[in-house]
Design a binder for this molecule. Sequence first.
Ligand SMILES: NC(=O)c1ccc[n+]([C@@H]2O[C@H](COP(=O)([O-])OP(=O)(O)OC[C@H]3O[C@@H](n4cnc5c(N)ncnc54)[C@H](OP(=O)(O)O)[C@@H]3O)[C@@H](O)[C@H]2O)c1
Length: 377
Amino acid sequence: MKNKKNHSNNNGISRREFASRSALGLAGLTVSSTLGVVAQNTKTNMSGTSTNTTNRMLGDLEVSGIGLGCMSMKSGSYNPPRDKSEMIPVIRGAVDLGVTFFDTAEVYGPFTDEELVGEALQPVRDQVVIASKFGFNLTSGSRSGRNSKPANIKTAVEGMLKRLRTDRIDLLYLHRVDPEVPVEDVAGTVKELIKEGKALHFGLSEVAPDTIRRAHAEQKVAAVQSEYSMIERVLENQVIDTCGELGIGFVPWGVVNRGFLGDKFNEYSRFSDDSRFSSVPYFTPEAIKAHMPVLTLVREWARKKDATPAQIALAWVMEQKPYIVPIPGTTKLHHMKENMGALNIQFTVQELQEFRTELEKIPLIGVRAPETALTDR
Ligand SMILES: NC(=O)c1ccc[n+]([C@@H]2O[C@H](COP(=O)([O-])OP(=O)(O)OC[C@H]3O[C@@H](n4cnc5c(N)ncnc54)[C@H](OP(=O)(O)O)[C@@H]3O)[C@@H](O)[C@H]2O)c1
């Protein structure tokens, strides 16, 4: 990650400007808090009983209000790689809980997470939305640079269809922009794949507002996926608003801040050099200590709302805009169940303002500078 170390969220733009953008976002909420939300959805799950969930729209694509990020399951990004026999019940259990939105990518593993997701969801393929991502050179079997040349995208999609045991990718994302390929060419290639029926919707990941506009002009974008949480709020600088303006859904990852906002760590948590956590700027001893007041605030709201910290982290993000659909990653079905409980938590506009005021008082370490939101990552 290229995260610059800075000690507040408003490096590069004035505090007043940043605060007024936040206030504008909140003002938008009062008018739009029910828009984009689809009414209660009753469906039959794998064990034949009924579950209810509140769906949301990503452009024209309807998904459960919370999805499941499958990245760390088989590839073991934030945990040791888990066995397929342990993870299939988590994915199928999520379906039973009403989750219809599953996120993977060819680079996770590479390939092994898609294989897992494909096998787990095969019995319910027509009831779920599968999202996957292309954009890297994986011809040697491991990641070697970015590659979004049309031929590579088409090869990637053929592989995805086999691994995911399906004839279409519901949401096909560009994972990272390839500086050598104009995004219009990427969008044009996805447009062809959509015409062929191999992809149904187009998504972008970690992109600047201008890239979103250029891609969307060539092929309608359904969703933009990027990191966003109470701790990493840089995308409040134009990206999330651009999605709203263009009718594009926003899919945040890292919403529970890799478990930190789920109360998984404490101020003394330390990570070995070979752990993925050690490369994340929020997990230095200094940053963990600095961010404990955020966790304290989250715990306070959890008490007020009779909820858990992870539920508050998810509900807070969802309350920012009605077109936001988080995809928390988990290897544990009880965490998935807990996370789905966030769908039942609401904040009033006044509560959100109070929350925001307290949050903005806390200096953060390792977060991105606002201007970095205006360039592709
Ligand atoms: N587009 C991109 O570039 C990009 C980048 C990163 C990730 N993603 C996608 O986004 C998904 C989520 O991102 P992420 O995994 O990086 O971040 P995340 O969702 O913030 O964090 C996942 C971590 O949080 C823990 N967790 C989840 N629910 C919890 C709960 N209720 N209580 C306590 N801990 C909890 C999980 O541990 P347990 O396993 O113990 O529950 C896991 O280690 C990924 O799976 C992937 O699909 C996309």
